[in-house]
Structure formats: structure tokens, C-alpha cells
Write a new protein. Structure first.
Length: 675
């Protein structure tokens, strides 16, 4: 059956899409028909990212030798980024294409060279192979085993499979068999070892059972690619998957054979404080003398001996690595964002507050955001900028560079996980023991610091959970809590902090502070009245803190979710009935309960949503929206249906805005008088 193209009315074009029909900003001037596409630049490293369709589909066949799959691969790679089906940047696009090519290899291995011919059982078999990861899809180990089994003795191997000493070379064999980078694969290495022992008449090594199951992420990546290709079938001028992957997904088998994604644990706060202390000492105490010696040697006209230049360069590399670690410990950002920092990233406002411009990694968001910078961050960045003044004129503006004293070339210093563990060993950081383990060295990963930094701000700067959510660039407080409480040793801290915030909001509503309004405020006040009566009946002292604590506990028992927005606080709780009551979910048309933040907006939440809790500062945002809504429509739209709809929505918004006015506080005087 012919595949319908994106228009839904025409069959596949006989020769495939033309270059003029496939233009994209990320492709630039590169024609669609080329085998190598530029996908953009990896902002973290500054390197160009490419996709290569000159790909070995199987060891005996290239992708270009199968016209249908070649056409499918290019169309899917183009439309997955050009359509709205996925939000991909250069690096994620590259990974998506690699996963797709692995799936096409698995399809070709079962003798199918047209995706539209995939039957449900075929797609089910491919997804089962995806549980084992790339090895399961590519089948390198099985292919190598079959090839090496053809040779009974080492002497029978082809000469180009042997190294200069006459030994079998796995790297040469993989190259000759078109197993690209197959020699790196553990299963391939194990298979090769078994055959080398067979040729040497040695006992085979028993196959070691894996210490743990593979993670589910590899399977999920393959499933997402199949799901995208199924959804893109009407966009593509090529054959695609016609079987819904959801209907044939081996979910139970995937759950049984894989482990859930292991989240990176958070280091114990005091251990990170110890590490940060060493970072700070190296930067603030030892750093100035190192920079001074570095400047003097560069400014001197006399040549510097190789030994002295090597010693100064080593000191500079160590200083820049410690500077990287210090910024990681004080800024709740990812390591890639630290690497992307550039010269002149500090900003001082008229009040004297320092800010740092941090690049964003997310698409469809402003490229840079301002974050408050504490003294340690300011000092570190200023010292790094002083080092950069001696760079060659053609050097990039990236931080963590210095001019090599030996050849005066710019050298970029990178701080890695292994570098962090090396420094931890040099600084003799103490061992750690959790409740379930023995004393051991902590294995450091750079991304652990992003999860720790909010804890630092809680302990040292007494920040609020809203402030931490803002620092992490997260809009949902529950996401902030999940993200930062993955480690059980600090989960209690976050649980206590989150509900302290909820209790403070409840207490503020009961006391009439912050002028809270909206349906949640009425609910809180009604619950407060009931709880006040219960406390009074039990002849106990009624205080606002007691009432607020009881209301907060009720919310906790009923799974209340708190989401901060500029225009209001979404105070969401479970409710009976199947019809959605959230205005944002009604707008999206999706089934289920809970807010749909992709459709949340002031005019949506502020049109009568029963979960919108307003405060003085959030009503100011709504008032600004009303002001903008009240502006006259363009002359061309006057008297049209558009104007009527806008006027109707504005009236609804204004009507609900009146319901958000402050509610009177809960009165405790009557109880106080009785006492």
C-alpha cells in the first residue's frame, strides 16, 4: 500500500524529496541530498555536530544499498526536528539519529528493507532486542561469533586479521568485518576471548553473569524513536512504521530485565562543604600568588626553561580546575553551563548586587539568565578574567583558559569526574558511611554539585523553596523536591522544608497576611473554622500555628501539589469525578487529573480555575495582563468575531479577578476571650 505524504492526499514522489523542498535553518546551505548533515554546534564544547548517512546497515550492506530505508532515514531525521513532535537541539538530534540507525540495522538483520512491511510481531521482536541496548540491535557479538567459528585453528585466519606478531587482533578483525568500533564492545571482547582460548586449546572462560541488570534508558530511547517514526508517517515522503509501538511494546519483559534509572546520589552536605573549603583555599589563598608568578613570567622578555614553564603550567591547570569546582559548588547549574561561561559574564546593578550571566541549555528559552553571585563566585570569575588578559588575540572568550608559558598558545582546561576524584584524593577528603554501607571513599560526579547547591543555600543562606526552584530554573516545587531529594540521607530535609512552606502559606491565609484570595483561600478558611471548633471541643489551646499545622497535614494526607507561577499559586488536590476541573487541562483536552502546565497562563488560571490561589504580588501580574487585554483591537478586526471573543474572555477574566480579592482572616478572639 502506498504511503500517504504530509499533505494527506498525494502518494510518494517517485524520486524522493528534492533539495529545494527540504530547507531548514539548522541545515544551512547543505543540500538535503548530501550524506553528511550539519546539525549545529554543541554549546558545551563549541564543536560542530554532524549526522552521517554513509552508514553500514549490516556488516555486508550499506544503508545506501537499501533505497527505501535510506530514504526513510533521511526523512525521519529531517522531520523529527523540523516538526513539533520533539524538541531537539544539535546533540539530542545526533543521538536520536544514531538510535534510529541502530533500529534500522535490527530491521535489516531480520531481512526487512521496507519499514511499511513491518508486522506487529516484527516490531515486537525489534523492541525486545532494544532491551539489551545497542548490542542487541546491532548484533555484533553474534555476527563475530559466527565468523570466528568458521576457523578451527589460528593458522587458518586471514593474514590481514593478524598483527605484526602473528596474533589475532580484535581491532583488525572488526575493521575487516565492517564492525565499526565493535572492538570497544564488552560482548564482542568476551566473544573474541572465547575463540582465542579455543585456538590455544585452553579451557573456555565461564560466562560471567552480569553484576546488575542494564538500565531501562536504552530501551526507552529506542521505543521513543519508534513512536516518533510512527507519528511522523504522514509527514514523511518515505515509508515508515505503520504499527503503533504502544500496542506491541514488551513492557513487562523490559521491567523484568532492566533496572530503573539509577539517579546520581547527592553527597553528604558536610562532605561537599569540606571539598568546597579546599576549592576556596586553592582559589582565594593560593590563587593570587600563582597568578602573579604566571603574569611575571609572561611579561618577562627572557625565555623560560622547559622545566619552569612546565611547573607554572601545572599550577595554572590546578588553579583553573579548583576554580571550576568552586563555581560548581556555589551555582546550581550543570557542568556544561559552567564550561560555557564567557568573559565579562559578571554584572553589578546600581544597588551593588553582583549577578552572573549563565547560559541556558534549554531550547525555546532565553539563551542567558542572570543569577545572584556571592562573593566567592565574584572573586573566582574576576581572577579567571585576569588570567585571560594574557591570551592570544584569536583566543575564544570561554573561561578556564590560560596562555601556555612554554609556547604562549591558549590552553583550555577541562574539569572532569576523574579530575574531581583525583583532587578529592589529593585533599584527603574523609571517608563516608551511610546507614547501609561501610566506610568508603565517595565517588564524585560533577553533576552531583547541582543537587547539592540548594542544600548549601538552605544551610548557609536560609533560602526558601521558591528561591531554590528559581535557582534551579524549575517552575514546579514538587519537581524541585523530587530532583533534590533523590538521596535518602537528605530526603527528610527536603520533605520538612516543603511542608514548612505549605504550612507558612496556610498560616498566612488564616492570618490574612499577603492578602490571599481565590477558591483555595476559601477552602483553607473553611478547614480552619472546622479545626478550630474541634480543638475548642477538646478543651485545648487554639493558636494560629496549631490550626495551620492541622490544615497543612490534611493537605499532605490528600496529596496536595503546590506549583509556583508568576500569576498565582496552583494549590492542587485530588478530587472525585472523572471530568477534569483544572482549566489548563480542559484547554489541552487531555484526560486525567492534575494541572497541564503547557497550557497554563494568567488568562487561563485567572478565568475561574478552582485551584488558583492568588497573593498580592501575583494579582499584580494579573492586573498587567488585564491592562494589556483592555487595549483596543486593530482597526481591521473591529466588529469581527475576534473582537467579540476577546471582549468575552476579558470580561470573564475581570469577573474572576474580583473573586481573588483578599479574604478576611480566621478569628481566634472568641476562643481567646473564653480562656
Amino acid at each position: 500500500m502506498d504511503k500517504i505524504s504530509g499533505s494527506g492526499s498525494s502518494i510518494l514522489s517517485p524520486n524522493g524529496p528534492r533539495d529545494a523542498e527540504r530547507k531548514a535553518e539548522w541545515l544551512g546551505e547543505t543540500p538535503y541530498s548530501m550524506d553528511q548533515w550539519p546539525l549545529g554546534v554543541d554549546r558545551a564544547t563549541g564543536k560542530a555536530v554532524f549526522a552521517d548517512f554513509d552508514y553500514m546497515l549490516t556488516p555486508n550492506r550499506k544503508l545506501k544499498d537499501t533505497p527505501s530505508l535510506y530514504r526513510t532515514a533521511k526523512e525521519a531525521a529531517f522531520w523529527v526536528r523540523q516538526s513539533d513532535i520533539a524538541d531537539l537541539g544539535p546533540l539530542s538530534h545526533k543521538k536520536w539519529i544514531d538510535n534510529m540507525l541502530h533500529i534500522l540495522s535490527a530491521v535489516a538483520r531480520i531481512g526487512i528493507y521496507d519499514l511499511s512491511r513491518l508486522l506487529p510481531r516484527d516490531l515486537h521482536a525489534v523492541l525486545r532486542k532494544a532491551i539489551e541496548g545497542a548490542e542487541g540491535l546491532l548484533g555484533f557479538a553474534a555476527y563475530l561469533d559466527a565468523k570466528l567459528s568458521e576457523y578451527a585453528q589460528l593458522a587458518e585466519l586471514p593474514a590481514n586479521w593478524l598483527d605484526v606478531d602473528g596474533h589475532a587482533s580484535l581491532r583488525l578483525i572488526c575493521r575487516e568485518l565492517n564492525l565499526k568500533d565493535g572492538w570497544r564492545n564488552k560482548s564482542v571482547k568476551q566473544t573474541f576471548l572465547q575463540h582465542t582460548r579455543r585456538w590455544a586449546n585452553e579451557e573456555a572462560v565461564p560466562k560471567a553473569s552480569p553484576t546488575r541488570k542494564p538500565t531501562r534508558s536504552a530501551y526507552d530511547r529506542s521505543f521513543i524513536v519508534c513512536d516518533h517514526m510512527y507519528a511522523l508517517r504522514f509527514h514523511m515522503d518515505a515509508r515508515s512504521i505503520e504499527v503503533d509501538p504502544i500496542s506491541v511494546a514488551p513492557e513487562e519483559e523490559a521491567d523484568r530485565k532492566t533496572d530503573q534509572i539509577q539517579h546520581t546520589p547527592i553527597p553528604p552536605p558536610r562532605l561537599v562543604f569540606e571539598f568546597a573549603h579546599h576549592f576556596g583555599r586553592a582559589v582565594a589563598i593560593d590563587g593570587p600568588s600563582v597568578v602573579k608568578e604566571y603574569k611575571e613570567r609572561l611579561a618577562a622578555s627572557a625565555s623560560v626553561s622547559r622545566e619552569l614553564a612546565g611547573a607554572i603550567n601545572a599550577k595554572m591547570r590546578l588553579l583553573l580546575k579548583n576554580s571550576f569546582g568552586l563555581l560548581l559548588a556555589h551555582l546550581p547549574v550543570r557542568p556544561a553551563q559552567i564550561r560555557m561561561l564567557e568573559k565579562d559574564c559578571l554584572y553589578k546593578d546600581p544597588s551593588g548586587q553582583w549577578w552572573i550571566k549563565v547560559p541556558r541549555l534549554k531550547k525555546r528559552r532565553p539563551d542567558v539568565r542572570l543569577m545572584p553571585a556571592v562573593e566567592a563566585v565574584v572573586f573566582t570569575v574576576q581572577q579567571l578574567e585576569a588570567v585571560m588578559t594574557y591570551l592570544p588575540p584569536d583566543a575564544s572568550p570561554r573561561m578556564f583558559q590560560f596562555s601556555n608559558v612554554h609556547d604562549r598558545r591558549a590552553e583550555l582546561v577541562n574539569f572532569t569526574n576523574s579530575g574531581a576524584n583525583h583532587l578529592a584524593s589529593v585533599y584527603k577528603l574523609p571517608k563516608f558511611r551511610s546507614k547501609t554501607s561501610e566506610w568508603e571513599r565517595w565517588h564524585w560526579q560533577l553533576r552531583q554539585f547541582r543537587r547539592f547547591s540548594p542544600t548549601l543555600y538552605y544551610w548557609k543562606y536560609e533560602s526558601s523553596i521558591e528561591g531554590v526552584a528559581n535557582m534551579l530554573d524549575q517552575e514546579n516545587i514538587s519537581v524541585t523536591r523530587r530532583y533534590t531529594a533523590l538521596d535518602p540521607d537528605v530526603a527528610a530535609l527536603w520533605d520538612e522544608e516543603e511542608w514548612r512552606y505549605v504550612q507558612n502559606v496556610v498560616e498566612s491565609v488564616l492570618e490574612g497576611q499577603e492578602n490571599y484570595g481565590g477558591t483555595p483561600a476559601l477552602t483553607i478558611l473553611r478547614l480552619g473554622e472546622k479545626i478550630k471548633a474541634v480543638i475548642k471541643d477538646n478543651l485545648k489551646v487554639v493558636t494560629m500555628r496549631n490550626v495551620a499545622s492541622a490544615v497543612a497535614q490534611l493537605f499532605k494526607n490528600h496529596g496536595v501539589m503546590v506549583i509556583m507561577q508568576d500569576w498565582g499559586i496552583c494549590f492542587h488536590w485530588n478530587y472525585s469525578g472523572r471530568a477534569p476541573r483544572e482549566f489548563c487541562r480542559r484547554l489541552s483536552g487531555k484526560e486525567g487529573q492534575g494541572p497541564d502546565l503547557t497550557h497554563a497562563a494568567p488568562e487561563v488560571c485567572g478565568s475561574g480555575c478552582p485551584f488558583c490561589l492568588s497573593a498580592r504580588k501575583t494579582r499584580a501580574v494579573m492586573d498587567e495582563v488585564i491592562k494589556l487585554r483592555g487595549e483596543p483591537v486593530p482597526a481591521l478586526l473591529e466588529g469581527t468575531l475576534f473582537q467579540e471573543l476577546q471582549d468575552e474572555r476579558t470580561m470573564k477574566f475581570l469577573a474572576f479577578r474580583g473573586k481573588l480579592e483578599p479574604r478576611p482572616a480566621l478569628q481566634l478572639e472568641d476562643v481567646s476571650n473564653e480562656r
